[in-house]
Design a protein around this ligand. Structure first.
Ligand SMILES: [Zn+2]
Length: 182
């Protein structure tokens, strides 16, 4: 498959902060210290009242003490997630050990959930560090988690800007929130 296309998040207006999944986006009760208020990951990572309504609007599937899991609203494949520290940091070396561990633990946990709930057969997991490497939000690092199925590249259009995703984001959000609670 075309890996270059798979890891091309700079093409996404949402990721570059030009678009929000909801308009207007919910206002946080309070922001994480050091947050960039124009950063969609900081907005997802902020604290809300009530939390579950904002989570649904912002497509936040899970929030830990130090990390947040967000559905990519322009997925490369069904189930495309972004896992990031709640703190606005752009480099791996700036992460605390606990932040790093929590993010990688979430990645591992989510692969298990996808194998069980969506019968995922493989994964692409990637991190673009810095704008030259294709990071759409260079200031706030995030792992991409893309589940894969045999033959899923067969319906990926080579030239078209959109692709067919078999599951709606709302349905995926419901599934993940349910599975992550267990
Ligand atoms: Zn941020």
């Amino acid at each position: 498959m075309n890996e270059e296309r798979l890891w091309a998040p700079w093409r996404l207006g949402y990721v570059t902060g030009e678009e929000s999944p909801v308009d207007p986006p919910p206002e946080p009760r309070d922001w994480i210290v050091g947050a960039d208020r124009n950063c969609f990951l900081c907005r997802a990572a902020a604290n809300y009242e009530p939390t579950n309504l904002a989570d649904k609007q912002l497509l936040v599937a899970d929030r830990g003490e130090l990390s947040v899991v967000v559905l990519n609203i322009f997925p490369f494949n069904n189930g495309h997630l972004l896992i990031s520290p709640r703190r606005h940091v752009g480099d791996l070396s700036a992460l605390s050990r606990d932040e790093n561990i929590e993010c990688v633990d979430q990645l591992a946990r989510l692969t298990g959930i996808y194998r069980e709930c969506l019968n995922a057969e493989g994964f692409n997991i990637g991190l673009n560090l810095g704008r030259v490497a294709g990071a759409g939000v260079p200031g706030h690092l995030h792992w991409h988690l893309v589940p894969r199925w045999a033959g899923d590249n067969n319906f990926m259009p080579v030239l078209a800007g959109t692709r067919v995703i078999p599951q709606s984001l709302d349905a995926l959000w419901e599934l993940l929130v349910g599975a992550l609670k267990q």
